[in-house]
Design a protein. Structure first.
Length: 133
């Protein structure tokens, strides 16, 4: 039986998959079978953690806003600030089509604490004036 030379197709496929995992440690970057397993695992983790990252950032922004509010007034908290009896601040900002979401409010809270209170007081005054309650 004659010898079959398969050429470079398989080697090229393996080399291409090696490029994705070249910085992994040990056999995870050397052996073809573990390379494919680790590549699948890394892609699954990346997909899962993109959603987790959104959640973590939202928690961070809420924590920052809460810290600034509690620093100013002792019995006030983020939940009372957002879901006040006067208004639902985030919902009212959204209705007025202002580009102030939790991320921007957290940045404002860090940069200029008094400005956060000015924004909330202005929205409350406007809501009381229009009688949306």
């Amino acid at each position: 039986m004659t010898r079959t030379k398969r050429g470079y197709v398989a080697r090229r496929r393996r080399t291409k998959s090696c490029l994705c995992v070249s910085n992994f440690r040990g056999a995870h970057s050397k052996h073809t079978r573990t390379i494919t397993q680790q590549k699948i695992r890394a892609l699954l983790s990346a997909h899962r953690d993109r959603d987790k990252q959104k959640r973590n950032f939202r928690r961070l922004w809420i924590t920052r806003i809460n810290a600034v509010i509690r620093e100013r007034v002792v019995s006030y908290s983020y939940s009372q600030f957002i879901h006040d009896s006067y208004s639902k601040l985030i919902h009212d900002l959204y209705k007025k089509q202002l580009l102030l979401n939790r991320k921007i409010l957290a940045q404002i809270a860090i940069a200029n604490r008094n400005f956060l209170y000015m924004i909330s007081n202005e929205i409350r005054k406007e809501i009381e004036y229009t009688g949306i309650i």
